[in-house]
Design a protein around this ligand. Structure first.
Ligand code: CP3
Length: 345
């Protein structure tokens, strides 16, 4: 087990300066990523080529010395491994052959998941052995509700009308899909941990579109079930929950029996999080990714404000969502410097 600063923070230790990593730290804002990415047309094929996935996983670590690497992959490898057709269209994002009715679930099976995702586990083994001991390696998965959104909408969406009306009208059949995804995500996380991931994060990027009752049934409950099942096999591996855009319902997720940390988006105030969430659970977040595009004095002020609010408890510095492609890499270097030089007042 690594003694990485990141893992200490997740274990509840308050450090003189918090560890830092960034969601989507490997990606198109880095010229060295674009160069490797250009060698493979299909995004999924790129994800499934261990040497390339490892190379882009390491790039932001080499450039910025971040405290954690996140394995380069995508949340949509799980629907792909279940047998749903998934592809990425240039400039349009992900596309899936949408599930149209409960009969379509019958086409999905988790039997072949370990074999179909073997390249991800191979990449994790290689990345772990290439990384310094002080750098933690994170695995991840999409949470069941967010995966169901893509699987039923057939891609991104503005209204989420198909997935929501299915869940509201036919909760029993929606529950069957969620149960299948719970089991698939458990398998995927356990396999990542066994390949060498030091911690894992569950991305529920679209949790915020659900009203409170449904948020409990379709976001929190499946995530807690996953966490308990993963911990039954690997009790010491920290799990980070990222229920995006849920506002004050974030209170429901401060479940230290399930999660080591709660990742908060930009919509949650750092002051409120320090008072209401941090006494119960380590917090990760929550700089606006556009502050990283802005840079300069505005970035310094805002990062320092977040550090002053959350840096006194157990905290991992991160963004409220992923790094955007127009981010100047120098601003990431500036942010790392601000975080490392911060002094508690
Ligand atoms: O550095 C990292 O964070 C690791 C890699 C990572 C990717 N996707 C690579 C990627 C991670 C952790 C993800 C998670 C992911 N994927 C989420 C959850 C986080 C979030 O953003 O809310 C979601 C919803 C997806 C689905 C997805 N994949 C979308 C919507 C897109 C298109 C949007 C875009 O930025 O182009 C992707 C493609 C994708 N996944 C890219 C990368 C670097 C860009 C594709 C490319 O390089 O050609």
């Amino acid at each position: 087990m690594s003694d990485a600063k990141f893992l200490k923070a997740l274990g509840g230790t308050r450090l003189p300066t918090p560890p830092i990593w960034l969601m989507r730290q490997a990606g198109r804002y880095l010229p060295e990523y674009r160069a490797v990415r250009a060698t493979t047309k299909s995004f999924l094929e790129f994800c499934y080529t261990p040497d390339k996935a490892v190379e882009v996983t390491l790039q932001p670590i080499r450039r910025f010395g971040l405290d954690a690497a996140i394995i380069f992959s995508d949340i949509l490898v799980v629907p792909d491994a279940l047998g749903q057709k998934v592809w990425f269209e240039e400039g349009e994002g992900p596309k899936l052959e949408a599930l149209a009715d409960p009969a379509d679930f019958g086409k999905l099976s988790r039997a072949r998941l370990p074999e179909r995702l073997a390249a991800v586990y191979q990449a994790i083994r290689q990345a772990r052995s290439a990384l310094p001991a002080a750098t933690a390696l994170l695995g991840f998965a999409g949470a069941p509700f967010t995966l169901a959104c893509y699987m039923i909408e057939g891609g991104g969406s503005r209204e989420f009308a198909k997935v929501k009306s299915w869940a509201y009208r036919h909760p029993d059949s929606f529950g069957l899909l969620i149960d299948l995804l719970v089991d698939a995500v458990i398998d995927h996380l356990v396999n990542q941990i066994e390949a060498g991931a030091d911690a894992v994060q569950l991305f529920d990027s679209w949790a915020g579109v659900l009203p409170e009752q449904q948020l409990f049934s379709w976001s929190l409950d499946p995530m807690v079930r996953i966490a308990h099942a993963v911990h039954a096999r690997h009790p010491k591996t920290p799990i980070i929950a990222f229920p995006r855009a849920v506002g004050p319902a974030a209170l429901m997720y401060r479940r230290s029996d399930a999660f080591a940390a709660l990742s908060i988006d930009t919509g949650i105030g750092a002051h409120w999080a320090a008072r209401e969430l941090q006494p119960h659970i380590c917090i990760q977040g929550n700089l606006d990714p556009i502050m990283l595009v802005t840079g300069g004095a505005a970035l310094e002020r805002e990062a320092t404000r977040i550090l002053d609010k959350l840096g006194h408890g157990s905290f991992v510095f991160n963004l409220g969502h992923g790094v955007v492609p127009q981010t100047p890499p120098d601003h990431v270097a500036q942010l790392v410097e601000i975080v490392r030089n911060w002094k508690p007042s």
